[in-house]
Each structure stands twice: as C-alpha cells, then as structure tokens.
Design a protein around this ligand. Structure first.
Ligand SMILES: Nc1nc2c(c(=O)[nH]1)N[C@H]1C(S)=C(S)[C@@H](COP(=O)(O)OP(=O)(O)OC[C@H]3O[C@@H](n4cnc5c(N)ncnc54)[C@H](O)[C@@H]3O)O[C@H]1N2
Ligand code: MOO
Length: 392
C-alpha cells in the first residue's frame, strides 16, 4: 500500500492541462482566471479630487480667492489655473491643471464668489492618475474570483475574461442495493447518498457534477456506465472498489483499458481507493462506505478538480491540542472525525468515540478530520496534533 502523500502526488499528476474559455464578467464570480489579463485603462485616468471643496494653488493660501468655475465628476472645468483663483470641485472630478490641492468645503468660508481658506491642513486630496492601476497592468489571482476581483476586472474595462473551464465530473455510483433518494427502499435496499455528497464536493471545488444513473453490480452494467462517463473531464466511481465478489470497478476499469496508477492506500478510512487514466481522462474509484467516499472526496477529488483549474490543492493542515487520550495507531494514516472547541491558544480537538466509516451522521457533525500518521504512538490529552478543518 502506498502512503496518502504518494497517492496524492499520483492523483495530481493525472490532471490534464487547464482548459480555458472566454465568459462574460457577470458570470465569472467564483471562476478562476486561466491566464494573466492586462488592464485596458489607467485608474484614475486623470488627477481626481478625493473631496468636495475648492481646487487652489499652494502659493495662494492665506489670500481671498475668486471662484472662477466648477469641476464635477464627468464634467471637467474647461479653463486653467490662474493666480488668486479657485475652482469649485466635487469628489471624482478632474483637478484642473495648475492647482495643487483641494481644500474641503468644511474648511472654507465663501461669500459670493470669494473664498477664504480657514484651514488648509490635511493633504492634497488629489488622487494621482494611475494611483490604483495602470493600462497594461497584469492581474492574475490564483483563487476563485471574489466580488472585489470582479469589481477590479470591471474597472479595468475587461467585460469578457478567460477562465478555466469548470471540469465536468462524471459521478457513477454502483451497487445492487442502491436506489435513488426519494424512492421507497425495498427489502435489502438503501438510498444512494454518496453520489449526491460527492456532487456537492465537486461543486464546492468549482467542478460541474454530472450524476449518471446508478449502475448494477454486473460487468455489463458497469462497463456501459463507465464508457458513457468518458464524455467527462474526470470520472469518479463510488463503491465496488474493494475485494468482494461484487466489487467490480477495478476489473471493469481494467477491461476498458484503464492505465492504473494505484489501488489501495495506507489510509483509514479510504483504503480501497483506486486511480488511473481512461485514455486521457483521469479516473478515481472511491470506496462505497459513505464516510470513506467523502474523506477521499476531500483529500483527492477536490484537490484534483482545483488543480485542473490552475488552483492550489486547497488542502490545509492546522494544529490543535488533543482533548482526549488516544491509543496507538495501526499501519494506516487515520483521519478521525472530530469536534473542535475554540478556546485557549490552540483549538481543542475531540475525536468521536465511534469512527465507523458507515456513520454519515457523525461525518456531518464533524468540524475537522484529526490526522494521525501510521504507527503514531499513544497520545495524551493536551499534546499537539494536526487536523484538516471541514468548515470555512
Ligand atoms: N475482505 C475485505 N473486505 C473489505 C475490505 C478489505 O480490505 N477486505 N475493505 C473494507 C473497506 S476499508 C471499505 S471502505 C469497503 C469499501 O468497499 P467498496 O468500495 O467495495 O464498497 P461497497 O462494497 O460497494 O459498499 C460498501 C458500503 O457502502 C455502501 N454504499 C455503497 N455505495 C453507496 C452509495 N452510493 N450511497 C450510500 N451507500 C453506499 C454499501 O451499501 C455498503 O454498505 O470495503 C470493506 N470491505
Ligand atoms: O477504508 Mo474503509 O474506508 O476503512 O471504511
């Protein structure tokens, strides 16, 4: 069995090059720029007033000044500065050439068309041209575009942007016992939950989930589904990854010519994970136990989807103090479902008493996955450990 770290680097190596597409900016929130974009304009495009007040020359401070005109946002003053004059000006207006500062109107007394400056402290109140960004300035954040990013791209006058295509992810749950949510399960049947949970993880990572009909535990059914799934950018199967007589995913993937990267990891839960390539399409075979499927979704499927968009993996490991004693670990890296309590210098992490990989209710309740390396010795409450946060 390979380690989790080795498995992750194999999985990430399956990523095809980022595919890009042009989309309107109003659809780009949460998408990832596929290449640097260059601002089409300079902002501010001119020296702009930061206040409502009067544009004046520094040399004239202390004297009464004649107000000779007005500059408003979108309406420049057509003339030029002259000694002993001022121009009435508003926030965002171009500052007429020759004036050195804008004095806030609160600091000026005006009688008719004459002003006297009561207080000229407080800076020039002029934003230099290009103070924010310049024409040709590159912008390439490696993150899903945020609201401020969208605003900046709009200000750069880029109404259409190149983004990484959302990876289309085929999700193929298989098992004779499975029926879709919303149906009444017959004897021996259970509701298929993994496909919906994995679809949500795919969405969260920026992918476009495509759930196929549930496959049956026969070579024919699985093969037909797998072949259909190859329309996608990434194929994720769920269940049938282990060694039982009805666990056929490995065999069918082999039959359709998968180039196997690995099958089985020293990891708990998630041991039977398999990965490879179907032609040029990456494929991950997740174990069927609901917690195992979700943990593998977080540790492998989401990072791969992010890499396929040019992002980092998004995996974050943080430190916490143990809230309970723990026995020594076995030969697999263990991801324990746990509750976090925020107190003191570090959060306190308390793993649930049951770590059964079928207990979806505990996975849903978990704030974190406590990460214990294979062969980790027994630990005492208060010792520091690593965890992966599951919220925010
Ligand atoms: N002899 C061995 N048996 C098992 C081993 C092993 O090493 N030797 N590994 C165990 C581990 S660890 C896991 S994890 C499971 C994984 O098995 P499969 O990937 O083959 O999954 P299935 O057998 O198809 O299903 C397991 C379990 O999960 C339920 N399931 C499956 N799909 C769904 C779904 N879409 N939604 C909800 N629940 C699902 C299924 O009904 C089973 O209860 O193997 C162990 N066995
Ligand atoms: O790895 Mo299984 O995923 O232990 O339940």
């Amino acid at each position: 069995m390979i380690t989790v770290e080795q498995a992750l680097s194999h999985v990430l190596a399956l990523a095809p090059p980022v595919r890009s597409e042009m989309i309107p900016l109003d659809q780009a929130f949460g998408r990832v720029l596929a290449e640097p974009v260059l601002s089409r304009i300079t902002q501010p495009p001119f020296e702009a007033s930061a206040m409502d007040g009067y544009a004046i020359r520094d040399a004239d401070i202390g004297s009464p000044l004649a107000v000779i005109g007005e500059a408003a946002a979108g309406r420049a003053f057509p003339g030029k500065a002259a000694p002993m004059t001022a121009v009435r000006i508003f926030t965002g207006a171009p500052v007429p050439a020759g004036y050195d500062r804008v004095v806030m109107q609160e600091n000026v007394s005006r009688t008719g068309d004459t002003i006297i400056i009561a207080n000229s402290d407080g800076g020039s109140n002029i934003r230099p041209a290009g103070d924010d960004f310049r024409q040709g300035q590159p912008f390439h954040p490696v993150r899903p575009l945020s609201a401020p990013d969208i605003g900046l791209l709009a200000a750069m006058n880029l109404p259409v942007v190149p983004v990484a295509a959302r990876p289309r992810v085929a999700i193929l749950a298989g098992g004779d016992e499975l029926v879709p949510a919303g149906t009444v399960p017959g004897p021996g049947q259970i509701i298929s939950s993994n496909d919906l949970a994995i679809a949500a993880l795919v969405q969260e990572a920026g992918g476009d989930p495509w759930r196929l009909p549930i496959a049956r535990d026969t070579l024919g059914s699985l093969r037909a589904s797998l072949e259909a799934a190859c329309e996608a950018d990434l194929v994720v199967t769920i269940g049938g990854a282990s060694v039982g007589d009805h666990d056929l995913v490995g065999q069918v993937a082999d039959d359709v010519g998968m180039d196997l990267s690995f099958h089985k990891i020293a990891m708990r839960p998630g041991k039977p994970l398999l990965a490879g390539k179907l032609g040029h399409i990456p494929m991950l075979g997740l174990p069927g136990n609901p917690v195992s499927a979700i943990v593998c979704g977080i540790l492998f499927v989401q990072p791969l989807i992010r890499i396929m968009q040019g992002l980092e993996t998004g995996l974050r490991v943080e430190r916490a103090r143990l809230g309970a004693d723990l026995a020594a670990e076995g030969n697999r890296q263990h991801y324990l479902r746990a509750r976090l309590e925020r107190r003191g210098d570090l959060p306190v992490i308390v793993p649930f008493a049951s770590q059964d990989s079928a207990r979806l209710s505990l996975m849903a309740e978990a704030d974190a996955l406590l990460v214990r390396p294979a062969h980790d010795p027994a630990r005492k409450a208060g010792e520091q450990v690593n965890f992966i946060p599951l919220r925010g």
